[in-house]
Design a protein around this ligand. Structure first.
Ligand code: SF4
Length: 329
């Protein structure tokens, strides 16, 4: 079943914090805040575009801290979204928020209005990294919020970042393992980028922050993706999408690539193929992979196919995730 999300961006409306990397309007490319009464029109327009693809469609409140909004504002947005759920036009609602904006009262409210998925931006499980990034919450906040969300029966998503100030590759791998341990079913991984009009931009200009290269980022993300794949944590996104703000020069540095996810999975498949080849002792076989993973197995710009010319890649619609089967030629 294909999942569609109708994103509703609420940039920084609810945010009291100033993470050093964030200028939320620049990241989402949305400068104007959508009003609850306009959400209905936005969703109806997207539903019209998506039909007749009547599959799993969600309304997703992204951008700032949904549960940091005033309760009345949350209810205003959720009332509109809930009408679409009750009429059967959408299957669910998801919200993204911060670990320190979760409480029993808030979770009761989200449950009442039919929210299914809650995504928390935990970013790192190290307090010194969170502090250096100006996040304003702790790893303990993330642990507590994750536990409460699961106890209410929501699907838990935990997002992480790489390349944060004072973070290391080893610490990022630990954070990924913690995300698995905390019971996340979904994740998003965002390498840190430098945007104008942020404290990080000033540090970058002073030479106090050095962004990670694309090569080291892809290598680290491939290891992180492997952790999530092995634990069946669904990776919803790797890296920011090509929004206007990325393309119009607001982003000034950092490991951004339009096909970052494919680069990461190409590397993951490359390591897997290397292990298979050395185990078999020959490179002539055909490998069946899921249709979704087929472009990644072949590799970005066919890099894996060029590296292993004896391997024939076959798309297998019945397979899921990183599942594969080898047929001898
Ligand atoms: S919590 Fe940080 S990243 Fe999120 S909207 Fe606020 S300042 Fe931006």
């Amino acid at each position: 079943v294909k999942n569609y999300k109708i994103p509703v961006f609420i940039p920084e409306l609810a945010c009291r914090h100033k993470c050093i990397f964030c200028n939320q309007q620049k990241i989402t490319g949305v400068e104007e805040i959508i009003k609850p009464q306009d959400v209905k029109q936005l969703v109806e327009k997207r539903l019209f575009q998506l039909l007749p693809a009547k599959e799993h469609i969600e309304i997703a409140f992204f951008g700032g801290n949904f549960t940091g909004l005033e309760i009345q504002q949350q209810e205003a947005y959720l009332t509109v979204a809930n009408e679409f759920v009750r009429s059967g036009k959408v299957s669910g609602i998801r919200v993204s928020t911060r670990p320190d904006c979760i409480s029993h009262e808030i979770l009761q409210l989200l449950k009442y209005y039919g929210v299914n998925n809650i995504e928390l931006g935990v970013q790192s499980m190290f307090n010194h990294v969170l502090k250096a990034s100006g996040r304003g919450h702790t790893a303990e906040d993330s642990i507590q919020a994750a536990s409460m969300i699961r106890s209410f029966g929501f699907v838990l998503g935990l997002q992480m970042m790489t390349g944060l100030p004072e973070d290391t590759a080893e610490q990022a791998l630990f954070t990924a393992h913690e995300i698995v341990r905390l019971g996340a079913k979904e994740t998003r991984i965002y390498p840190l980028l430098v945007f104008r009009d942020t404290p990080l931009y000033n540090r970058f200009q002073d030479g106090a922050y050095q962004p990670r290269t694309i090569e080291e980022t892809v290598s680290l993300l491939a290891q992180i993706a492997e952790i999530f794949e092995e634990s069946r944590v669904n990776i919803l996104r790797i890296g920011l999408h090509a929004s206007e703000s990325i393309l119009n020069g607001q982003m000034v540095a950092g490991p951004w690539h339009p096909a970052l996810g494919q680069l990461v999975y190409s590397q993951l498949w490359s390591s897997l193929l290397s292990r298979i080849v050395s185990h078999r002792g020959d490179q002539s076989f055909s490998i069946r992979v899921s249709s979704r993973q087929y472009p990644n197995a072949v590799g970005y710009k066919r890099c894996n196919s060029l590296l292993y010319p004896g391997i024939t890649f076959v798309s297998e619609p019945a397979f899921n995730g990183m599942q594969y089967e080898i047929d001898c030629c």
